[in-house]
Ligand binder design. Structure first.
Ligand SMILES: Nc1ncnc2c1ncn2[C@@H]1O[C@H](COP(=O)(O)OP(=O)(O)O)[C@@H](O)[C@H]1O
Ligand SMILES: [Mg+2]
Length: 243
């Protein structure tokens, strides 16, 4: 538990920080499935994620937080605007290239763990690396090491149904790191946990992000969690605002 709450008067964004993700003038419009009316969820959105920076996004339900994370993960597309990940223009890539990009650069954690129910904790962490083409032995070594990092070495052979909610999220945190992505996206990762487990998972996530020198974009309702981040935003009236 080495993570310290940040002094909100101080921003760790220095002009020299290397920017990992750069979004410019992004807009996302959905069609209302019933009426066909268009609904603009995000507009004129500029957003930078520097390397090794933790960013929180707050906002009421339905304001567009998950939509923004899905667009960053290239699971969804913007209606207009540009997204650069380092030098790569994601808005110009095709689906195959985006899948590969996601595998190599993005780790995701959701409110629900989405672990594969027929695979053990260790196998759930191992599989994304193995499927990305890593040798079985190397992928297994990495998975074992991450399992130890998240304190679950004694739960290696447990199926998800044999783990507590907090333990499942620990596995999800470890799995998000297995392919050594530069950016972790977390969508309300503690939203399904009791307060005690929520605090444990938050600290674990922040500690792992720091230890492995990752950037984090975290969507949360938990103001306490956002206090550990370097910068906090909210989405209001389809605009991203600094808090
Ligand atoms: N595929 C879709 N088609 C139409 N509207 C959608 C779609 N996905 C999300 N929305 C709408 O976009 C808004 C933002 O959704 P979401 O990003 O999930 O919000 P949040 O994560 O902040 O709760 C909501 O009003 C939702 O109904
Ligand atoms: Mg959401």
């Amino acid at each position: 538990m080495n993570n310290k709450k940040c002094d909100t008067s101080f921003s760790s964004f220095n002009s020299g920080d290397r920017v990992l993700l750069k979004i410019r003038d992004l807009e996302k419009t959905f069609q209302n499935p019933a009426s066909g009316e268009s609904l603009t969820i995000l507009k004129h959105l500029d957003f930078d994620v520097p390397e090794q920076t933790k960013i929180a996004i707050l906002g009421h339900s339905g304001c567009g937080k998950s939509t923004l994370l899905h667009i960053i993960a290239s699971l969804d597309h913007p209606t207009s605007g540009t997204i650069f990940f380092e030098e790569t223009p994601l808005h110009l890539k095709d689906e195959d290239a985006l899948s590969q990009f996601r595998r190599e650069n993005i780790g995701m954690i959701f409110q629900f763990h989405y672990l594969l129910k027929d695979f053990t904790a260790l196998e759930n962490i191992f599989l994304p690396a193995y499927m990305a083409g890593e040798k079985k032995k190397d992928a297994m070594e990495k998975a074992q090491s991450l399992l130890v990092d998240v304190g679950l070495e004694k739960r290696a052979s447990h199926l998800p149904s044999q783990l507590s909610g907090g333990e499942r999220q620990r596995v999800a945190v470890a799995r998000s790191l297995i392919n050594n992505p530069k950016l972790i996206l977390a969508d309300e990762p503690t939203g399904n946990l009791d307060p005690e487990n929520a605090e444990l998972i938050s600290q674990l996530l922040f500690d792992m992000v720091d230890q492995y020198k990752k950037s984090l974009v975290l969507v949360t309702h938990d103001m306490g969690m956002s206090e550990y981040c370097d910068r906090v935003y909210t989405i209001k009236n389809a605009r991203l605002e600094t808090l």
